[in-house]
Ligand binder design. Structure first.
Ligand code: UDP
Ligand code: MG
Length: 154
């Protein structure tokens, strides 16, 4: 079992899509182990998007990510990183498959509704970036045995 980081971006909050997106993760069977609203600033975004800092769109990406508060989520489940990335879809909303979050809610390569960690290594780093240890809960819902079969939980 693993935990991944999702950010509901300003494009989700400003369009009023927060409820629909959280619903998708819950109905899939991912467990919310942490969730909070926060206003991002340049310092944390320079770190989070360090791989893009030299790209021409970076100043617009900063503005876009600071346009409103965001909601950060820690989602727990088997292969959670891969499952959430599949649910997220391709970076550009116009290219993302229908049925994915970006495919269903976005027309943009930048205003693409959510961030999701791309590897288990990055998930660990990103969870530490956005959450204090006490903000993530070791919570296992009693319904878990109807979400997975026993060997999947090992
Ligand atoms: N982005 C952008 N223009 C691009 C590529 C990326 O504005 O040509 C933004 C977009 O919001 C994306 C974020 O930068 O979600 C991070 O880019 P990355 O390549 O890591 O894509 P992701 O992992 O979000 O699919
Ligand atoms: Mg990325």
């Amino acid at each position: 079992m693993e935990t991944t980081l999702v950010i509901l971006k300003p494009s989700a909050l400003l369009h009023g899509y927060v409820g629909q997106i959280i619903q998708r993760f819950q109905q899939k069977g991912l467990v919310i182990r942490g969730m909070k609203m926060m206003q991002l600033n340049e310092a944390i975004l320079n770190e989070h998007y360090a791989h893009l800092i030299d790209r021409p769109f970076f100043p617009n990406l900063l503005k876009s990510m600071m346009a409103s508060p965001v909601i950060v989520m820690a989602l727990w489940g088997k292969d959670a990183v891969e499952v959430v990335r599949m649910m997220t879809g391709a970076t550009n909303g116009r290219k993302a498959a229908p049925g994915t979050i970006r495919g269903d809610f976005s027309m943009s390569g930048q205003e693409n509704i959510i961030h999701a960690s791309d590897t288990t290594e990055n998930a660990e780093i990103e969870l530490k970036r956005f959450f204090k240890p006490e903000e993530i809960f070791d919570f296992v819902p009693t319904s878990i045995k109807y979400t997975y079969e026993p060997t999947e939980l090992l």
